[in-house]
Design a protein around this ligand. Structure first.
Ligand SMILES: [Zn+2]
Length: 308
């Protein structure tokens, strides 16, 4: 049998990532030695996914597990731990919250109870604190107050302004907050020895990113550039499967630049915000959630640019 080169490459990639699905709508992907991604659904928060509608990551070291983002609920955090236990018996000793979106931090309580230290940027903690009530309200509507009754707002015990590094069992972790992106405190986590980058909500692939009131599209572009300068070999995005820098650029960076240019043109032609739907984004209709998100993104960028 003759297998074409591209199919063969795809097979090798699939095998090397060692994918497998588990309960709670989460998928485990091996990134490289001792580094894993936990990939959640690309759509909204549901009873089934327990608000784990994002991608998380973890690193196994000789001194324990470092988890990047704790999931969207207390019960969702348990589902994340189930996948970690498939790989190692070591406990989660450190949790990094890469931002202020619910799925980055509302599982903190679960790991804190087991003694984990939680690390986040100062701006993330301020953002989490100011939006917690809204986030609980939305979760109550989408997945039910009963399911989230054991989920509490638990904040980082170690914070940093722009940069924090630590070593855990000979693995070096570098965390950087280089400006507002999807949320005010977004940070990326770089493993220099392994050339792995965890981006949190700075990178979305496969699905359309969301520009919200808590975002800043202009700064987001600069933050992406700062992150990309590390030239990661493996990129674990905030949404979507483990990917390359080039796909991250296509689906996040290029879209943000396109969106801002399109809205700028619209404004230069005296477009009124009530007609913002006429901004044509069909070039990005291949991204999931395009129908539900693209219009709001243009509206938000319009509002942002009025103040620039
Ligand atoms: Zn997110």
């Amino acid at each position: 049998m003759k297998i074409s080169k591209s199919i063969f490459a795809t097979l090798v990639l699939a095998l090397s990532f060692g994918q497998s699905w588990a309960d709670g709508k989460l998928k485990l992907q091996k990134v490289t030695q001792d580094v894993y991604a936990i990939v959640g659904e690309l759509g909204n928060r549901t009873k089934e996914n327990l608000a784990n509608n994002a991608t998380f990551g973890f690193v196994v070291t000789t001194e324990g597990v470092v988890l990047i983002d704790s999931g969207g609920t207390y019960q969702g955090a348990r589902n994340i731990e189930i996948l970690i236990k498939r790989v190692t018996d070591k406990p989660v000793v450190t949790v990094i919250n890469t931002g202020g979106q619910d799925h980055r931090w509302l599982g903190n309580g679960y790991f804190k109870k087991q003694g984990a230290q939680i690390i986040a940027s100062e701006k993330s903690v301020i953002d989490q604190n100011s939006r917690a009530q809204d986030q609980f309200f939305v979760l109550g509507n989408l997945i039910g107050n009963e399911i989230i009754s054991d989920t509490n707002a638990v904040y980082a015990d170690k914070t940093f302004a722009e940069h924090f590094s630590f070593e855990m069992g000979e693995t070096i972790f570098e965390i950087y907050h280089s400006g507002q992106a999807h949320t005010p405190g977004d940070s990326y986590v770089w493993l220099p020895q392994k050339e792995v980058m965890f981006t949190g909500d700075i990178v979305y692939v496969e699905r359309m990113l969301g520009v919200g009131a808590q975002s800043n599209s202009k700064s987001w572009i600069r933050v992406f550039e700062t992150m990309a300068a590390y030239k990661p070999q493996y990129l674990v995005p905030g949404h979507g499967e483990v990917t390359s820098l080039s796909q991250a650029k296509n689906d996040t960076y290029d879209y943000l630049v396109f969106l801002r240019n399109s809205v700028a043109d619209f404004m230069e032609n005296d477009g009124d915000i009530s007609d913002i739907g006429s901004v044509n984004q069909s070039k990005y209709s291949y991204l999931l959630n395009y129908e539900s998100i693209s219009g709001g993104n243009a509206q938000q960028v319009f509002t942002e640019m009025e103040w620039e």
